[in-house]
Design a protein around this ligand. Structure first.
Ligand code: FAD
Ligand code: DHB
Length: 390
């Protein structure tokens, strides 16, 4: 088999890249280890920046998002149960879209199939070869057969645990990392949200977030300890904890119901530099991870592939390699700003195990400063709605 761009991984990065290349007239093949149902049902992010929305529009995969997604012009930031609204639209002129990663993924997979470029699900043993030369190729096993895909470029969109990043020699990679001493316990339930916008809450007992997927489906998170198990958190305990941490108003409006999904995710900041080695280009979680506070993960995957698709399209159009040469530096400049924001927003809103009274006072003072200062709110809002591609 031969294609122009071999894409490893059918998460948001790989799927969106394939469609951006398609509209630019560039051929690609997406290889995915898991089966379609697994990829479509993975509950993860829920918030799209306007830039991400625009990319889905550009590839013609925005119809259902516009019909079913919810536009939010603000969110609440609460301290010990008392909420203050951050007016995203008033401060930045922009809004965000509530539309689940599961839905984005389904829409993109459907577009791939409709454009006669079906995702190659259940592809095992993917290995990258000759990425430093002019004729790279990918080998894999599919439907019991060993296969080879020749290509001009390889896009490593295979997430944090994929094979692409380790294909760059270790001595050429530099990694930067922070592991946080807590996790997020997420719960999905078919009950109406407790508020029409999201609530991020800093509480003495730990962080909580009230989010949603639709007017009838809620997504909530509570900060938990790293050694806690799902079994330690029966639904009633989660609802009780949310009621305390989110405050009286949310508590009164909260509808409880059985969980339809429950999981614990650890929090991590991670960047691997550079994002390119020869003809291999990394994008999304394959190159970087942010803690979820502020919902930057999926949006960063989208901005990476926007830059990468532009660079690849320019190369095929005019033979100009500047975009390819500049991709890593350009993507990392935006990545680091999102890393900083996600790290800062996590530090502002979570309870750290080693937190002494001084550290708590600093958090409270910073939150109260934000509540009282339009300048501080603008900084928060500008980062939250997403920085420009630049
Ligand atoms: P992924 O979505 O990880 O996709 C990578 C794909 O590559 C996967 O389909 C994987 O199966 C495939 N793959 C891996 N290895 C191979 C291989 N060897 N061969 C072929 N295919 C391979 N972000 C938020 O903003 N908010 C959230 O609430 C949130 N929650 C999250 C919860 C969890 C548990 C996780 C893991 C992430 C969460 N994120 C969240 C982050 C967000 O979901 C990611 O940033 C986003 O999915 C990145 O997209 P991606 O395409 O780069 O990677
Ligand atoms: C969601 C997750 C986030 O990390 C966030 O900041 C906002 C919303 C969500 O899953 O709905």
């Amino acid at each position: 088999m031969r294609t122009q761009v071999a894409i490893v991984g059918a998460g948001p990065a790989g799927l969106l890249l394939s469609q951006l290349l398609y509209v630019a007239g560039v051929e690609s093949v997406v290889l995915e280890r898991r089966d379609q149902a697994y990829v479509e049902d993975r509950i993860r992010a829920g918030l799209l920046e306007q830039g991400t929305v625009a990319l889905l529009e550009k590839v013609g995969v925005a119809e259902r998002m516009h019909a079913e997604g919810l536009i939010h012009g603000g969110f609440s930031l609460a301290l010990d149960g008392v909420a203050h609204r951050i007016d995203l639209t008033g401060l930045t002129g922009k809004s965000v879209m509530v539309y689940g990663q599961t839905e984005v993924t389904k829409d993109l997979i459907e577009a791939c199939a409709g454009r006669d470029m079906p995702v190659q699900f259940e592809t095992a043993d993917v290995a990258l070869h000759d990425v430093e030369g002019d004729a790279p190729f990918v080998t894999f096993t599919r439907e019991g057969r060993a296969q080879r895909l020749d290509c001009d470029f390889i896009a490593g969109c295979d997430g944090f645990h994929g094979v692409s990043r380790p294909s760059i020699p270790e001595e050429l990679r530099r990694t930067f990392e922070r592991v946080y001493p807590f996790g997020w316990l997420g719960i999905l339930a078919d009950v109406p949200p407790c508020h029409h916008e999201l609530i991020y809450s800093n509480h003495e007992r730990g962080f909580a977030l009230a989010s949603m997927r639709s007017p009838t489906r809620s997504r909530y998170y509570v900060q938990c300890a790293l050694d806690e198990q799902i079994e330690d958190w029966p639904d009633e305990r989660i609802w009780d904890e949310l009621a305390i941490r989110l405050g009286e108003e949310a508590h009164c409006a909260m509808t409880r119901g059985p969980s339809i999904e429950k999981s614990i995710a650890p929090l991590r900041s991670f960047v691997s530099e550079p994002m390119r080695h020869g003809r291999l280009f990394l994008a999304g979680d394959a190159a970087h991870i942010v803690p979820p506070t502020g919902a930057k993960g999926l949006n960063l995957a989208a901005s990476d592939v926007a830059m990468l698709s532009e660079a690849i399209a320019l190369h095929y159009r005019s033979g100009d390699r500047t975009g390819l040469d500049e991709y890593s530096g350009r993507a990392l400049a935006r990545v680091w700003k999102a890393e900083r924001f996600s790290w800062w927003f996590t530090g502002l809103t979570h309870r750290f195990p080693d937190m002494d009274p001084f550290a708590r006072k600093m958090q409270v003072a910073e939150l109260e400063y934000i509540f009282s200062s339009k300048a501080a709110q603008t900084t928060l809002a500008e980062n939250y709605v997403g920085l420009p591609l630049a």
